[in-house]
Design a protein. Structure first.
Length: 493
């Protein structure tokens, strides 16, 4: 069958040299990320608040027990958010098409935010916890339908080989980071300074604006793009000999994926303390006074997207400047883990500053420095992961291996919650110190085995670096972080 990919309408026009449909997707994603990150930034604060304790019957729990329960909820939520895109991607490819999945997923997320924001006083006593679970379930399922499909549509705006595609993803990522910054700024402020449930409701309104934008403008700027399942367009190719035994080369490459998957779990289990233990430390153990104004604790999470934008071109330039001395992919993975560990060394400094005092507050600059180190680590590690999966996986098992990579990150998020609980049990010094040692130790181990992993890649590590964003295949996993330098491989898969 001849492949056919629908194109945007010829009369839709261009803006800044790109199809206007790109900026429609930019706007839709920006509002969705405002909603997602705004909720994520205040979620543990909401669950540990006095109002939530009364509503959910948690008054008898100590502060440490409430924080542990809040982190457990966050862990399950964050894990499942990374697993449901497998379902949404399959439905889009085989049943509904991308546009229908985006609208369905966005609607579920909007309703999920409204469920979280539904006033406790309007509910029968004892049912508040069920509304919380309903809201989280809607957000998890909605994300699965929305997230993988809007990113894929960006690539589908362009013909294969169109050099504008890299720039298009940079523009799209700007929307992602702008949305996350606005989410922390607006939703975070409303939640911490006014009311948490009102903040969830406003987050739902943000998602509603994204849906309205898509609903009213999609036909004009996207035409029929994304309205048909790719399986019906001949974009899904049948792979012969699906049950053929793996070759030695294929087994070696799968070993690389599995080994790097273990290190990926370690990295994200530490990195995702941002929404959990580090967020709680910021609120309860950090001096948030800046120039006489007490900033919301959730605002500190803006450091990551801000420095992604600032540092991404710098890191990309460094790789280019190194030329033949540029580290290989496992080497960059190891650097990412070491920078993550250095971030937690900064958190150790914060913990030492407050000591055993229940009233002392750490300087917020410890956290800012930690987030900067974590951002550098992310730029070293995050862009590589899924790209390597696409290059190293046997074609007949590509979907399976991509699903497994999602699972690694989902497991890491659940592990992050369990690590976060240790702060209340063992104290911040022991917990942050332990994470620092584990991350740096893992980075050193990976550094010493990096050449063996390259050997097992059997030529897939023949690469060159480009100063640009990612290939379409990488988007589903890394689209939360804009502008990272992306590695493009020229292997022989």
């Amino acid at each position: 069958m001849q492949d056919f990919k629908p194109r945007p309408p010829a009369d839709a026009g261009e803006l800044m040299g790109h199809p206007k449909g790109l900026f429609l997707l930019f706007g839709t994603e920006m509002w969705e990320r405002l909603s997602y990150y705004g909720m994520r930034g205040i979620f543990v604060f909401y669950l540990t608040s006095a109002a939530a304790a009364v509503a959910f019957g948690w008054e008898q729990l100590s502060d440490v027990e409430r924080q542990s329960k809040a982190l457990s909820y966050l862990g399950w939520y964050a894990m499942l958010v990374y697993l449901t895109p497998i379902i949404g991607g399959w439905v889009a490819d085989n049943k509904w098409g991308q546009r229908r999945c985006i609208m369905f997923g966005g609607t579920l997320m909007m309703l999920g935010q409204f469920a979280l924001g539904f006033p406790h006083s309007w509910l029968p006593d004892g049912t508040e916890i069920y509304m919380l679970w309903l809201g989280l379930a809607l957000l998890i399922l909605g994300n699965g339908f929305f997230k993988p499909n809007i990113s894929t549509m960006v690539g589908d705006l362009y013909e294969e080989g169109d050099k504008r595609r890299d720039t298009a993803f940079t523009i799209f990522y700007m929307g992602i980071n702008l949305g996350s910054i606005l989410g922390y700024l607006v939703i975070g402020w409303i939640g911490e300074k006014v009311d948490y449930q009102l903040a969830f409701f406003v987050a739902g309104l943000g998602m509603a604006l994204g849906l309205l934008l898509q609903l009213t403008q999609a036909n004009r700027y996207l035409g029929v793009l994304g309205t048909q399942p790719s399986a019906q367009l001949g974009l899904k190719q049948d792979v012969a000999d699906k049950h053929k035994p793996l070759t030695t080369e294929e087994r070696d490459r799968i070993k690389v994926i599995l080994i790097l998957g273990v290190f990926t779990v370690i990295f994200w289990a530490g990195f995702e303390q941002a929404a959990g233990s580090m967020n709680l430390f910021a609120k309860y153990n950090t001096d948030l006074n800046v120039g006489g104004f007490e900033i919301p604790a959730s605002w500190l999470q803006m450091v990551n997207p801000l420095f992604i934008i600032i540092l991404a071109p710098v890191i990309a330039s460094i790789w280019v400047g190194l030329g033949d001395r540029e580290p290989n992919s496992p080497g960059k993975f190891s650097m990412g883990l070491i920078f993550l560990g250095l971030g937690f060394v900064s958190m150790v400094g914060a913990a030492l500053q407050i000591g055993d005092s229940e009233t002392a507050k750490a300087s917020l600059w410890w956290l800012v420095l930690a987030y900067i180190f974590h951002t550098i680590g992310e730029l070293c590690l995050s862009p590589i992961g899924l790209s390597m999966v696409t290059k190293l996986s046997p074609l007949r098992y590509l979907s399976l291996m991509m699903g497994l990579w999602f699972a690694f990150i989902g497991i890491a998020n659940k592990g992050a919650a369990e690590i976060g609980k240790l702060v209340g049990e063992s104290g911040p010094l022991a917990t942050f110190g332990g994470v620092a040692i584990a991350a740096i130790g893992a980075g050193i181990i990976l550094f010493f085995i990096r050449e063996k992993l390259v050997d097992w890649m059997h030529g897939a590590e023949e690469w060159h670096t480009e100063v640009g964003p990612t290939t379409k295949e990488e988007i589903g996993i890394t689209a939360d972080h804009e502008g990272a330098p992306r590695k493009h491989f020229s292997g022989n898969n």
